[in-house]
Design a protein around this ligand. Structure first.
Ligand code: HEM
Length: 145
């Protein structure tokens, strides 16, 4: 169950990143309706990620880093920036979508250009963290970094 939830979480965040890239490519070609659909799909996948991640956390606790000491600093840098930016991503995405639905496309574009790199960083770093913990993870069963 734990492995399945981890796999579902990491795939949903990676697919959400891909939907985001597709959405950016679509709007660059002027395909507004498909941009809209791709971005809402990406948002839905990011919400799924949150559900799978929280379920895994509630049922199985966290996994600590148990890899080489030389990499510990880099791993924690990645983990902390990933977590902080993931927390920022949610409200920023809601704001960007809200502006689009109100037809305020100047504000939509301005903030979307901040949001997209954050979202992609969260998706890519999530995948790296998953792979590191798959190789070097130590079960804690408690809330610990
Ligand atoms: C998380 C969701 C979304 C993100 C990250 C996002 C991202 C972006 C980005 C980066 C651009 C600027 C592209 C460029 O010119 O370089 C853009 C433009 C645009 N977006 Fe979105 N978008 C999202 C959701 C939506 C939704 C839901 C709609 C429709 C209701 C929408 C409608 C548009 C339109 C019409 C433009 C073109 C605006 C213009 O050129 O004046 N977007 N979006």
């Amino acid at each position: 169950m734990k492995e399945l939830l981890g796999l579902l979480a990491v795939w949903s965040i990676v697919l959400s990143g891909l939907a985001l890239l597709a959405g950016v490519a679509l709007i660059k070609r002027g395909k507004r309706v498909w941009h809209h659909r791709a971005m809402l799909t990406g948002t839905f996948l990011a919400l799924l990620f949150l559900v799978f991640y929280l379920a895994k956390w509630a049922l199985h606790g966290t996994t600590a880093y148990g890899g080489p000491e030389a990499w510990r600093g880099a791993y924690y840098f990645l983990l902390i920036t990933h977590t902080l930016l993931a927390a920022l991503n949610g409200p920023l995405a809601l704001y960007v979508i809200w502006r689009a639905f109100r037809g305020e496309f100047v504000l939509h574009k301005r903030w979307a250009k901040v949001l997209v790199p954050i979202w992609l960083y969260v998706a890519a770093s999530g995948w790296v963290i998953y792979l590191v913990l798959k190789r070097y993870g130590v079960e804690t069963g408690t809330i610990a970094f």
